[in-house]
Design a protein around this ligand. Structure first.
Ligand code: G3D
Length: 179
């Protein structure tokens, strides 16, 4: 993993900013990653590994690690935390039942020493579905107002159409430029 990162940095010359994309299974991670790769505003390179993609947003390079969300894989999330500058948490806005589980995973991540300086982009996905939870509802359920240790932002979006994702990527880019 370390070798791969070093090699990527050499190939692209510029610093790579590591992003991990997490969320429960069925939240829409794969769909959203696919949208990132096809957005006109985003330059992409061929898949680096089975779960790593390189994207460039306004001259800022990101390596996006897609981490599986099934129960059996969640216990391994921490092994990807090292050097991650951005955590993208994809939330299924139509699934209030599992939001408590997401909240627990989020706060476990925020407490991890390797993520102390990471910023968190919450993508409130599936906003196209009637009756889906709003940004305010999701923020409240995730108790984000209590999070003062990390920079965070909740972005409503639709993985199917890509709506809202450019704004999310812009916020992500602004975070690494500001740091
Ligand atoms: P995952 O990678 O987090 O497990 P996927 O999730 O990207 O595989 O998406 C899970 C399901 O949600 C897919 O449906 C996908 O099409 C759907 N989905 C993803 N984003 C959206 C969205 O914004 N709106 C709606 N309505 N559906 C979305 P299937 O039927 O293929 O399982």
């Amino acid at each position: 993993m370390g070798f791969l990162l070093t090699k990527m940095m050499t190939v692209f010359g510029n610093r790579e900013h590591k992003v991990i994309i997490v969320g429960l299974d069925n939240a829409g991670k794969t769909t959203i990653l696919y949208q990132f790769l096809t957005k006109e505003a985003v330059i992409t390179t061929p898949t680096v590994g089975s779960n790593v993609e390189q994207i460039t947003v306004r001259n800022t390079h990101f390596l996006v690690w897609d981490i599986g969300g099934q129960t059996s894989l969640r216990s391994t999330w921490y092994s990807y935390y090292s050097n991650a500058e951005i955590v993208i948490l994809v939330v299924d806005s139509t699934d209030p039942e599992r939001l408590t589980l997401t909240k627990d995973e989020l706060h476990r991540m925020l407490a991890h020493e390797d993520l102390q300086s990471a910023s968190v982009l919450v993508l409130a996905n599936k906003q196209d579905v009637k009756g889906s939870m709003t940004v305010a509802e999701i923020s409240r359920h995730l108790t984000l107002d209590a999070v003062t240790s990390h920079s965070w932002h909740v972005q409503p979006c639709c993985g199917l159409t890509g709506e809202g994702l450019t704004a999310g990527l812009d916020w992500m880019q602004s975070q690494v430029v500001a740091s």
